[in-house]
Design a binder for this molecule. Structure first.
Ligand code: ADP
Ligand code: MG
Length: 603
């Protein structure tokens, strides 16, 4: 066992022992506080998953908490159901509420999502304050004690253990999610939802899943709270408590579930100390939240890694440059078994894309047979990137159709196109900055559907096995592209040319049949461009069709079998490199121009 693993296991054991024996030293008031803190910790973990890990602003967590608690209260008192049956129904009802709250998330962007979810939280408080069934402002009392054979849960000392076990399971499950495929995908979405979509992450379902997780944790917190206090009233689920919860997550560190727990414990204790000065307390949380957001955006949990990074940077500047980019190892050549002839893999038919007054694409048609390397060239602003954006589903064309692999795919969402075998890179690099290089590749390798995430509950071992397999394959990809030395680094720390290579490796990790490369040679030096050429050719030799936007004419001329020239949003020529270079219209529109653009031709 590695010393670090042994150390953390030892620490975990000590912590567990400490928590187990904690009640022996606590007064009856202190154990009550401890029990409430655990409830908040469960809520904070749920909020951390949704907002910290998934990046979905969720101000309805306190409403989820309320639905869980009120449903338990209503079902046990009014309907006379047993506590645990009520609890199960309550959690299910909260999950349903979570999905309901998430529906706006399918449409609105994250800033508005905050307002929408806050509105829903307010509506909930309003409803419970006024509804007869919820007991109005007085709330509902006389919730029965949860029964457990042999254990008297009316004792808060024993209730503590019930909570502790449920909390430990909830935290472990959260950490399991974060460290495996689903969590990685959620983090990728938080970082760059557009790139995550282009890599096959079904973003709408993923956002739903984030809210579903938050709501289930909220529901569990609500059930525990109802069983603990045995009385529910609107003020426990107020907006003030929502902000307390938010402060816990932000101060503790929203990207670390353990940080969320630490925030919950710390802030609740502070609240206990300031219980006689509620106004100061609110102002205090507010100021601390602002300070944290400004000076430590990743929260207190984010500080140790940042300090470690800073020290490492100071100590070993040489270390980073010591990580060497290795050679790309070409794929085995499978080109005999491939392709050419037959139906085109990609055909674009009469695509027009209008941006208000500007026609970025004007009746563009072209078709690319399987196995070809097609170049797309044209002056800046001629619509090349827009064409990729239309083909890959980021833009909806104003007119025209796109056919891919025999199906009409016009305006299909990017994740479906990715699943169908289309993969792309971006002109301005869209690597996930909060993920390591290896994790960037892992997100692409994961071709599962987010809908199948229910397997996290049913078959966690299968998830672990699959993750191990993904990691093995990621290491193979990294090795092939000579990136092994960078596996654990964040992409931003790499030289630009290396980042470009990571993006190509990531795009190919999706196992595409069609690869769209948007100016892959931009910013590369001569040697890097030559290597890029070899890389693209080798990728094609595995049977992948490549469409390449490029300014570097040397690369285009020797790599592409056919070239399409765009100017002003129109196709002005198409043919073999030699034929295109000799076309008068091209010389006039583009190559003639290149007298003014020597940097682009030579770069
Ligand atoms: P290229 O990649 O060939 O350099 P682009 O496809 O990026 O060109 O852009 C073509 C034209 O469309 C440019 O004039 C650009 O300003 C415009 N354009 C591109 N995207 C948008 C957008 N989202 N909104 C408005 N105009 C856009
Ligand atoms: Mg462009």
């Amino acid at each position: 066992m590695r010393p670090r693993v042994r150390l953390s296991l030892g620490f975990l054991f000590l912590l567990a022992a400490g928590l187990w024996f904690l009640p022996y030293g606590l007064s009856s008031y202190a154990i009550h506080v401890a029990n409430v803190i655990i409830v908040f910790a469960v809520l904070a973990v749920g909020l951390g998953l949704c907002m910290g890990v998934g990046g979905q602003v969720n101000l309805a967590q306190v409403a989820f908490f309320g639905v869980g608690a009120y449903a338990t209260a209503i079902l046990t008192t009014h309907a006379g159901l047993g506590f645990w049956l009520s609890a199960a129904i309550a959690v299910a009802a909260t999950a349903a509420t979570g999905l309901l709250v998430a529906t706006p998330a399918l449409r609105v962007q994250s800033h508005y999502l905050g307002i929408v979810t806050l509105g829903l939280a307010l509506a909930f408080t309003n409803w419970v304050t006024n509804a007869q069934i919820a007991g109005g402002a007085e709330g509902i009392s006389n919730i029965p004690v949860p029964t457990l054979p042999g254990v008297d849960l009316s004792s808060e000392y024993l209730y503590y253990y019930l909570e502790l076990i449920i909390f430990a399971l909830a935290l472990a499950f959260g950490l399991f999610v974060v460290r495996t495929a689903l969590g990685r995908r959620m983090r990728a979405m938080r970082d760059d939802a557009l790139a995550a979509g282009a890599l096959g992450a079904d973003v709408p379902v993923l956002r739903m899943t984030a809210f579903l997780l938050a709501s289930v944790y909220g529901g569990i917190g609500g059930v525990l709270y109802a069983g603990l206090i045995r009385y529910v009233a609107p003020e426990s689920f107020s907006i003030a408590n929502m902000f307390l919860l938010l402060a816990m997550v932000i101060i503790g560190g929203r990207q670390s579930l353990v940080g969320c727990v630490a925030g919950a414990v710390g802030l609740y204790l502070v609240r206990e100390l300031l219980v006689d000065h509620p106004t100061f307390a609110q102002m205090g949380y507010g100021s601390v939240v602002v300070l944290v957001v400004v000076f430590a955006p990743t929260g207190l949990a984010g500080l140790p890694p940042r300090i470690r990074q800073a020290i490492a940077r100071r100590r070993g500047r040489g270390r980073e440059t010591a990580a060497q980019l290795a050679e790309f190892r070409p794929y085995p050549d499978l080109s005999e078994i491939s392709l050419e002839g037959g139906d085109p893999l990609l055909s674009i038919d009469g695509i027009t894309k209008q941006f208000r007054g500007l026609k970025a694409l004007d009746d563009v048609s072209l078709s690319v047979p399987a196995g070809q390397i097609r170049g797309i060239v044209g002056p800046n602003g001629s619509g090349k990137t827009t064409l990729f954006n239309v083909v890959s589903g980021l833009y909806r064309p104003t007119a025209g159709r796109v056919r891919f692999a025999g199906a009409d795919v016009t305006s299909r969402p990017p994740y479906r196109l990715s699943r169908a075998g289309m993969s792309r890179t971006f002109q301005n690099l869209r690597l996930f900055g909060d993920l390591t290089v290896r994790e960037n590749i892992l997100v692409a390798l994961d071709r599962s559907r987010t809908l199948s995430s229910w397997r996290y509950l049913i078959a966690p071992l299968a998830i672990v096995r699959r993750d191990r397999d993904l990691r093995r394959r990621a290491d193979e990809v990294l090795d092939r592209y000579g990136l092994t030395a960078f596996a654990a680094l964040p992409p931003e720390s790499l030289p630009y040319g290396t980042q470009r290579r990571v993006e190509i490796a990531r795009a190919v990790a999706c196992r595409p049949t069609l690869l769209l490369l948007d100016e892959p040679a931009a910013g590369l030096n001569g040697d890097e461009v030559r290597k890029l050429g070899e890389m693209v050719r080798s990728i094609r030799d595995t049977g992948v069709t490549v469409v390449l936007i490029e300014h570097n004419m040397g690369l285009v001329m020797n790599l592409c079998e056919r070239i399409t020239v765009l100017a002003g949003g129109k196709v002005i020529a198409e043919g073999t490199p030699a034929a295109v270079a000799a076309t008068p219209a091209v010389i006039e529109a583009y190559l003639g121009d290149s007298m003014d653009l020597p940097s682009e031709v030579t770069s």
